[in-house]
Every structure is written in structure tokens, then in C-alpha cells.
Write a protein that binds this ligand. Structure first.
Ligand SMILES: Nc1ncnc2c1ncn2[C@@H]1O[C@H](COP(=O)(O)OP(=O)(O)O)[C@@H](O)[C@H]1O
Ligand SMILES: Cc1cn([C@H]2C[C@H](O)[C@@H](COP(=O)(O)O)O2)c(=O)[nH]c1=O
Length: 216
């Protein structure tokens, strides 16, 4: 049975790498995929991983009907044995419905990859719809870690290393950004709730308030 599978996890846990591996393994066996992406850091129409691999993809723009795109492709003699959708959190809920229709009406497997929640721990609309519709939700096996060593479950947005909680839901960016840039850091829930990033934890550890005081 064809499936809609949602591979989810925090930022930097290997989702795009897995998407590229699935693409590689299938194309090595002569299968042909249709790859969608949206707002990849490498630029429009790219699916990239931090391991340095990148492939061309179809940019899923606002209002684009992904089901109609597939039907048009197939009816013009194109082939699609499976579909990959990376950065699926950025897709509109209607586009997730269209991907479900690809599975049900065209009998094609769809593998979607994305982060579930934003920097405020709120579901992205596209991810919410995937959780609602997917046949399976798979959490990636490679755990991203919080600075404290616990499993990272949340995405923090940072400015100069300090966690922020105001701003637009969508701001394309990366982890390990330099000091003044807007960036992201993955944290465990405890430290996300306390807004404690690696930089602020380090600063607190250096503060005289928390240093052990030797008796005079
Ligand atoms: N220099 C490196 N050496 C080995 N693994 C790396 C290196 N850089 C990144 N990675 C791996 O790549 C993962 C990020 O992969 P990526 O597919 O870009 O993540 P995602 O799409 O989930 O944001 C990291 O969690 C890590 O496992
Ligand atoms: C938490 C969060 C993330 N984003 C952006 C930042 C990146 O461009 C992508 C995630 O990409 P990755 O391959 O999973 O690292 O999402 C955002 O726009 N808003 C957020 O709240």
C-alpha cells in the first residue's frame, strides 16, 4: 500500500540527509522521484543537507497545487515512482492534502520531511496537517543534542546567542550562526522553557553570582 510518511525531528537532526539517501537508494534501482522543497537554505529549487550533498528539486511556491503538478507531469509522459517533500513544515495545509491525494488517487508513496514545531513550540500549519493525515510519523533516529547533553526536542531562535520569542514564524536560517545573526539552536524542553541557550548558560556559569565563594 502506498503511504504518506512524515519524517519529523528538530532542526539539524538529519532529515534532509535521509531524504537524499532515500532518493539515492531508489534512483540507484532505476526509480524516478519527484522532489519538492520550499525555502531551502541552499536556494530556490534545491534540497541540501549539512553533510554537503545537494540535489535539484521543484520549489513548492505559494498556491502551487502539488497534485496537479504531478498529474501534469505524468500526463506529459513524465515518470514519478515516489515523491519527496523536504521542508514540509513550510507547505500550506492544502498542499499536504494534495500530497495525501497523490498517495490515495495516484498510488504513489510520499515521503515528507520537516520540523514539527517553530521557535515558540507551536506547530507549523503544514506539520499539523501532516500529523493529522500521515499514515506514519517517524521520528529520526539520530538525536540532536541540547548543550546539556539531553536529547534536543525543541528549536530555539537566537539573536546573538540569546533566545527570542517574538517574530515571524518563518525566518530561514541555520544553527551555529555567528554572534549578531539570527540563528537557531536545538534545546531540550527544560532549557527551551527556561530560554537557556549554550551562550546564556555559559555566561551564567561565568557569573560571580554562581561561582563557588571561598571562605575569607
Ligand atoms: N561535519 C560533520 N560530520 C559528520 N556529521 C555531520 C557533520 N555536519 C553535520 N553532520 C550531521 O548532519 C546532521 C544534519 O543533517 P541535515 O540533513 O542537514 O539536518 P536537517 O535536515 O534535519 O536539518 C547533523 O545532525 C549531523 O548528524
Ligand atoms: C524553528 C524555526 C525554523 N525555521 C526555519 C529555519 C530553517 O531555514 C528551517 C529548518 O531547516 P532544517 O533543515 O530543519 O534545519 O526552518 C523557521 O522559519 N521558523 C522557526 O520557528
Amino acid at each position: 500500500m502506498p503511504e504518506l510518511v512524515f519524517f519529523s525531528g528538530t532542526m539539524d537532526c538529519g532529515k534532509s540527509t535521509l531524504a537524499l539517501q532515500i532518493e539515492h537508494n531508489r534512483s540507484a534501482r532505476g526509480l524516478v522521484g519527484m522532489i519538492f522543497t520550499r525555502n531551502d537554505r541552499a536556494g530556490e529549487g534545491k534540497l541540501s543537507s549539512r553533510l554537503g550533498l545537494v540535489t535539484d528539486a521543484v520549489e513548492a511556491t505559494d498556491g502551487m497545487d502539488l497534485y496537479a503538478h504531478l498529474v501534469d507531469h505524468l500526463s506529459h509522459g513524465g515518470r514519478a515512482d515516489y515523491v519527496i517533500a523536504d521542508e514540509a513544515q513550510f507547505l500550506a495545509p492544502e498542499q499536504i492534502d494534495q500530497l495525501a491525494r497523490v498517495v490515495d488517487d495516484l498510488g504513489i508513496d510520499v515521503y515528507a520531511f520537516g520540523i514539527t514545531t517553530d521557535f515558540r513550540s507551536k506547530l507549523f500549519p503544514g506539520s499539523q496537517r501532516l500529523v493529522e493525515l500521515a499514515d506514519r510519523v517517524e521520528v529520526l533516529q539520530v538525536e540532536a543534542l541540547c548543550w546539556c547533553g539531553a536529547r534536543a526536542t525543541h528549536n530555539a531562535r537566537t539573536v546573538g546567542g540569546v533566545m527570542v520569542v517574538e517574530g515571524a514564524q518563518v525566518v530561514v536560517g541555520d544553527v551555529n550562526q555567528s554572534a549578531d545573526e539570527v540563528g537557531y539552536e536545538v534545546l531540550c524542553r527544560r532549557h527551551h522553557r527556561r530560554r537557556m541557550t549554550a551562550a546564556t548558560a555559559h555566561a551564567a556559569a561565568l557569573s560571580p553570582d554562581v561561582l563557588p565563594v571561598s571562605p575569607a
